[in-house]
Design a protein around this ligand. Structure first.
Ligand code: PAF
Length: 281
């Protein structure tokens, strides 16, 4: 397993790998890996001869007052986990190598990032699509793998790839959950034992809505009402949003006959958590 820090060296490695006719899969991460990331790695390993994992805590996707400085980091632990996959390369650049001081170009998918998390984290998705576009240009993968937990991020990246004619395939992998239902996230590390217990309200709310939908497809409003009721039963869970949207466009869900994304963002203590489920008739 090679560790590459500089974008130029990464590009040279990718050029040589492509010249040998090998397919490259990229799994972009911000590190502090968990089993959710490992599912993405395994998918990449199965689909391509060469697997690159990037670890880069991207400053441009954090707003002022967000957790950039305290975002959990443990490179040694991450590298140990990636070795078991195994990945061929860990690409872990410095922020100064990724962004020149006079950079002024952004990549933004404007519509799919308008609502949900985009409404609460201005500039976040612009930072995500910009860094992912840069990673695609540097690593030159044939495919890139993203988790469905960050569903709006996945849609923004799919939009960008289609709108800007990136020549690669985007593969998505379902949410990986702890045994008790909590969606895996690097930010779960912030939760105290009591907060972690309270955080289960998110997956329980989604499960209640899913059970309601299984009885008979119902409107987005009804799904939101069921999920909100469960969240409100848990003290210490502060809802940011509970929304039901069209799973393809992320516009307000207008028909019960097409797949609905039910998405939640809530704060448990100081930690912001997200979770979602897609309900198909
Ligand atoms: O999902 C993440 O970890 C990040 O948003 C990503 C895609 C690696 C971009 O920084």
């Amino acid at each position: 397993m090679q560790i590459i820090n500089h974008p130029d060296e990464m590009s040279r490695w990718s050029d040589a790998t492509r010249a040998r006719g090998e397919r490259i899969a990229l799994v972009p991460t911000m590190g502090f890996l968990h089993d959710g990331h490992m599912a993405l790695m395994r998918e990449g390993r199965a689909r391509a001869g060469a697997l690159v994992a990037s670890i880069f805590v991207n400053p441009t996707q954090f707003g002022p007052g967000e957790d950039l400085a305290r975002y959990p980091r443990d490179f040694e632990r991450d590298a140990g986990m990636l070795k078991t996959v195994p990945v061929n390369v860990i690409f872990t650049p410095d922020a100064s190598a990724m962004y020149s001081a006079d950079a002024e170009t952004w990549v933004e998918a404007t519509q799919v990032t308008r609502g949900l998390c985009g409404a609460f984290r201005p500039g976040h998705f612009r930072g995500v699509t910009t860094v992912v576009a840069k990673l695609f240009n540097i690593v030159k993968p044939h495919l890139a793998i993203f988790g469905e937990k960050d569903f709006q991020q996945l849609r923004a990246i799919q939009r960008m790839v289609s709108d800007l004619n990136f020549d690669l395939e985007i593969v998505s992998v379902p949410i990986v959950r702890e045994r008790d239902g909590l969606a895996m996230s690097s930010r779960n590390a912030y939760l105290s034992p009591e907060e972690r217990e309270r955080a289960l309200a998110l997956s329980l709310a989604l499960r209640a809505a899913r059970d309601r939908y299984r009885c008979a497809p119902c409107s987005g409003e009804e799904l939101v009402a069921v999920a909100t009721r469960v969240l409100n039963q848990t003290p210490g869970v502060e809802i940011e949003y509970v929304e039901a949207v069209d799973a393809r466009t992320l516009a307000p869900a207008s028909s019960i006959h097409s797949p609905i994304l039910l998405a939640i963002a809530a704060r448990v203590g100081k930690t912001r958590l997200i979770d979602n489920t897609v309900l198909s008739p």
